[in-house]
Design a protein around this ligand. Structure first.
Ligand code: PSU
Ligand code: MN
Length: 302
């Protein structure tokens, strides 16, 4: 499958420059309300450039997969309101639709384009009550099947984080703590859940990715990067907002793909929008780290 690329990303890939993929759901109104979605878009792109890499925003435009949209696509992609997961891609392609990519769609597109590093905010995972509602994000399965390093601030804290880690283990997706021994909880630096692996540098992450490739494994890995200290909302403080957000989404009957956007919006309302600057800061920090990992991979020799 051909993946369209901006002139800049095509040139960067052809010359072996460091490239970092970005998803487009987080920068749509399903991820953040305007004008913060544009602010997020600008900050993550700038952070990747600041680290010496080239950003490649993924999206589907008129049925074509893009890894690295052109500047004239930006307004369309920021305003798009169809959320596309991996399984939606064939439908969107055949019907020539336009939509934004989740983590699962982004690792698929990045994998096809040969981009090995991707920065997001928080991955989707196992929802609370999954033992009854079976809501497990396709992000997890997609990460086990596409050879892309996903840099995130853990999984969104309104999920069931212990079950999310269990499923990642079942799927053999390595979870690497970046300068932390605990799985981060998105708005908070720690969920209290211990991780098996911790590294201190981007170079170590690149070495692990290299070993993953050498082993012949086709899957990716998850890098867990805690939110910067100054932007953190302590877990005890956000817990009430999460409970309110989950109840609100349930009242509104938001299930399936509609659940995550509704819960995020309800949590923003319940925190008086304090969750939003935290979300922007963690996305920016993840983009910077992803840029550093892509540069380290490019440099090689571990
Ligand atoms: N994290 C955010 N904002 C988001 C998402 C994650 O801070 O908008 C999006 C990502 O695109 C992720 C998706 O892949 O939510 C997961 O949705 P679901 O739970 O429906 O699989
Ligand atoms: Mn789901």
């Amino acid at each position: 499958m051909n993946v369209r690329q901006s002139a800049e990303v095509a040139a960067a890939l052809a010359s072996g420059q460091a490239v970092v993929a970005l998803e487009s759901t987080i920068t749509s109104k399903m991820g953040l309300p305007a004008p913060y979605n544009r602010e997020c878009f600008d900050r993550v792109n700038a952070a990747i450039r600041g680290a010496g890499a080239v950003p490649a925003v993924t999206a589907v435009i008129d049925g074509e997969l893009w890894a690295g949209i052109e500047p004239h696509h930006e307004a369309l992609v920021l305003a798009a309101d169809e959320k596309l997961a991996e399984r939606d891609l064939p439908v969107a392609i055949a019907a020539k639709r336009t939509g934004v990519t989740t983590v699962s769609a982004t690792v698929t597109i990045a994998g096809l384009a040969g981009i090995r590093v991707f920065a997001t905010g928080g991955i989707g995972g196992v929802h609370r009550g999954a033992e009854l509602n079976f809501d497990v994000s396709s992000d997890l399965g997609a990460m086990s099947r596409h050879p892309v390093i996903v840099v995130s601030a853990g999984a969104k804290a309104f999920l069931d984080l212990p079950k999310t880690l269990e499923v990642l283990e079942t799927l053999s997706v390595p979870v690497i703590g970046y300068q932390t021994s605990h799985f981060p909880a998105f708005w908070s630096r720690s969920s209290g859940l211990a991780l098996s692996h911790r590294v201190e540098s981007a170079t170590e992450i690149a070495a692990i990715a290299q070993a993953n490739t050498a082993l012949g494994w086709r899957g990716g890995m998850l890098v867990a990067n805690p939110i910067p200290l100054e932007a953190e909302i302590p877990a005890a403080e956000i817990a009430d907002a999460i409970a309110t957000g989950l109840a609100e989404a349930e009242r509104a009957g938001a299930t399936g793909p509609k659940a995550t956007p509704k819960i995020l919006a309800a949590i923003a309302a319940a925190t008086d929008s304090r969750s939003i600057p935290a979300n922007l800061a963690l996305a920016e920090a993840n983009a910077r780290l992803a840029g550093e990992i892509a540069v380290a991979l490019r440099r090689g020799s571990f």
